[in-house]
Design a protein around this ligand. Structure first.
Ligand SMILES: *Cc1c(COP(=O)(O)O)cnc(C)c1O
Length: 434
């Protein structure tokens, strides 16, 4: 499979090149040249298959030309060391719980897959230099990537995060690890962190370093996120609720929604999609007006979605041939402010006994009054409520138990390198690496 750039001015790339580079030479995002369509037989008995069996079939379609089957299946099975169950919330709303991994957020899936695929390529490549993974995080990416790559040979990870703008639990998940993981506390916003990373990739003075990105711009993080949508469909089919399936994704950089859209292109029978935004709702505004107007992000309770210029927007419009109407026929949107997030957490707990996290709360609100008769919705619960303990306890009025693996992070010693938001400081840091 070859990968092309959404900017259209870079040469086609192999999977290895797309994964190692992250961004194309023209700063565009890589897209698979062709989206494989899975055979009808697969969907006819998908409900009899396990998550790992489903994921291996999907992975064969996406990566089978580029990674030997045995190796690919090992990578998939190691990645999915936890389940992604579909859990009833209301009669027609089901939560796809994506938070049962090591850092309790959905990004574990993409990050664990990417770490293993990159390590496969470093082992088979003749280039023996260290790969430096640069990752900008608004909270959960950093922890998932840092933990996914922890101890992986030949790779060093540098996590850039906006100082004081991520929760203490999130911070502890990427500042306490040591080994091949370094955290950089940037005096700025998430968008500043993302800009620093993008600049470094484009800097010819840093060409001697093997830099790559582990943000959702990387195809190795993006594409495996499609696995759990097939698994969710299988579970809904078992319940007899898959005929008019609505998939609702709380979105920030829009990698997770993009993976869901790709799943549909691969043949997954989803009726329609809902993109749930918080107050950073440039995508929602785009759906209303057809105009895309990025703007600086503002902090909200669902902070992993505080993105003012979502990087995967380029991929999503590409999937619809840059046609706003075609896109609107398949995707609708919704936006929730902090007050609405809080009341959704409270209402859902009180009426249905299900505890949402602030991101899942945006998704819940987006579908709650918006399903037609016969439709059933799967909403992505992208993080464990305990990752946002204070917000959730305050809104729901019930104590939230913190799982042991999360408490273990909290006991570690936090360490980070202070960093300005200007590119010169970051470049100085990078130029000292080997
Ligand atoms: C990253 C994240 C999101 C947003 O996902 P995107 O793929 O960037 O749209 C939503 N919820 C949580 C908990 C996250 O960590």
């Amino acid at each position: 499979m070859k990968y092309y750039s959404t900017n259209g001015k870079a040469p086609l790339a192999s999977l290895e090149k797309a994964v190692v580079r992250g961004l194309a030479e023209d700063r565009g995002l890589y897209m698979p040249e062709r989206i494989p369509v899975l055979p009808p037989e697969f969907f006819a008995h998908i409900q009899t298959l396990t998550f790992k069996e489903i994921a291996c079939t999907v992975a064969d379609g996406l990566f089978g030309e580029d990674v030997p089957a045995k190796e690919l299946h090992r990578i998939v099975k190691e990645t999915l060391s936890f389940d992604c169950p579909v859990v009833p919330v209301t009669r027609s709303i089901y939560a796809l719980e994506l938070f049962h991994g090591p850092t309790l957020a959905f990004k574990d899936v993409g990050a664990r897959f990417m770490a293993r695929l990159l390590s496969h390529f470093t082992r088979t490549s003749r280039d023996r230099r260290t790969i430096h993974v640069l990752v900008a995080t608004s909270g959960d990416t950093g922890s998932a990537v840092a933990n996914g790559f922890l101890g992986v040979e030949g790779v060093r990870v540098h996590v850039l995060y906006p100082e004081g703008k991520v929760s203490s639990i999130q911070e502890s998940q990427f500042t306490t690890l040591g080994k091949n993981i370094t955290a950089l506390a940037v005096k700025g916003t998430f968008d500043d962190c993302q800009a620093l990373v993008k600049n470094a990739f484009m800097d010819p003075d840093l060409e001697h370093l093997r830099l790559t990105s582990a943000n959702s711009i990387n195809v190795a993080r993006l594409l495996p996120q499609s696995f759990y949508y097939f698994h969710a469909y299988a579970q809904m089919k078992r319940l007899g609720l898959a005929d008019q399936l609505v998939v609702c994704v709380p979105s920030g950089n829009f990698g997770n929604l993009c993976a869901a859209l790709i799943a549909k292109r691969m043949g997954l029978p989803v009726k329609r999609f809902v993109a749930a935004n918080n107050a950073n709702d440039v995508f929602y505004q785009y759906l209303q007006t057809g105009a895309y107007s990025p703007r600086p992000s503002i902090p909200t309770l669902a902070n992993a979605m505080d993105v003012g210029d979502p990087s995967n927007f380029a991929r999503i419009v590409e999937l619809y041939g840059h046609d706003w109407q075609t896109l609107c026929a398949e995707i609708s949107g919704d936006t929730s402010d902090d007050l609405q997030i809080r009341s959704a957490i409270a209402d859902c707990k009180r009426q249905y006994g299900y505890l949402l996290d602030p991101h899942g709360a945006c998704a819940y609100r987006a579908v709650y009054h918006n399903l037609s008769p016969g439709e059933a919705a799967v909403i992505c619960e992208t993080a464990h409520p305990a990752k946002f303990k204070d917000t959730v306890e305050d809104a729901a009025g019930v104590p939230v138990t913190v799982p042991e693996r999360l408490q273990a992070f909290m006991r570690g010693q936090k360490q980070s390198v202070p960093m300005g938001r200007d590119y010169a400081s970051f470049k100085n840091y990078l130029s000292k690496l080997k």
